[in-house]
Design a protein around this ligand. Sequence first.
Ligand SMILES: [Fe+2]
Ligand SMILES: [Fe+2]
Length: 279
Amino acid sequence: MGIIRSMHAPTSPSNAQAGAPRWRLAQIDLDRIDVARVRARDDLFLLVCSASFVESGSDTYTRNLVTYFAGDAEFGAWLQQRWETEELQHGRALRAYFEHVWPEYDWQRAYDRFFDEYARLCVVDALEPTRGQELVARCIVETGTTTYYQALAAVGDEPVLVDLASRIRNDEVGHYKHFYRQFLKYRGSEGLRRAHVAAAIWRRVAELRRSDADIALRHAAQLRGLDASSAPRRVYAALAERYPVELAVRMALKPLRLRASLQRMAERPLGAVMRRWLQ
Ligand SMILES: [Fe+2]
Ligand SMILES: [Fe+2]
C-alpha cells in the first residue's frame, strides 16, 4: 500500500511542523448533505456520534502527552499546534454533520456524560513506561483511526460524509507518520529492543476494544435509545465488512521494523486473527 511504503519518503521539516490544518471546517458543505439517505441509519448515527465524542475530547489527551514529552520542544509544539488542532477540527466537523442530520438530539448533554467517564481514562499513569513505547502506542491509535475512517468512508454512502471521512482519514495517516518518525528518534536514544516495541503494540491493541471507542459508542447508543450493551457489537459487525484489515496489520507491525520477508510472513496469520476478532 502506497501510504505505508512512502513512510520513508523525505518530508520537509517545514511541512511536518506547519501549524495549519490541511483543510478547514468551512470546506464541508453541510447544505449538500443528503439527509434522507442517512437519517434512518442507526449504524451511521452511532459511528458519526461516537467518533465526534472521542475527537472532541482530544485536548485532554494532548495535555497528558505534552506533559510526558516535556523538554522536547519541537514535538510538544507539533502536538499542540498541529495534532490537537486537527483532532479538535475532526470533532467539530463530525459534530456539525451529526447535528445537521439529527438536530433533535442533545449532542452536548450526551457528550458531557461521555466525557465524565472518558476523562478518568486519560491520566498520565495510563501512558507507556517510556517515550519511545508511548510513540508506538500512538502509532497503534492512529492505525485504528485511519482504518476506522477508511471503513466509515466505505459504508457512509452519502457524498458529504464520504468526503469528510476521507479528509479525516488522510489527517490520521499524517499523524501516524509523525508519531512514527518521533518513535525512530526515541528508539535509538532509549535503546528499545523489538521485545519492548512488541509489548507496547500488544498492550495498546489489547486496550482498543475496551477503551474510548466503546465508551463513546455506549453513550451514543443511549442517546438514540438503543441497547447500549449490544449496539457496539452490531456497529463493529457493520464496519468489519469494509474494514481494511491488510492496511491495519501493516501499519501496526511497522514499528517492529521486521525484514520485508518476515513482515510478509507475519501479515497473513495476523490478518486472519483480526478478521476473526472483527466478527
Ligand atoms: Fe482524529
Ligand atoms: Fe489522529
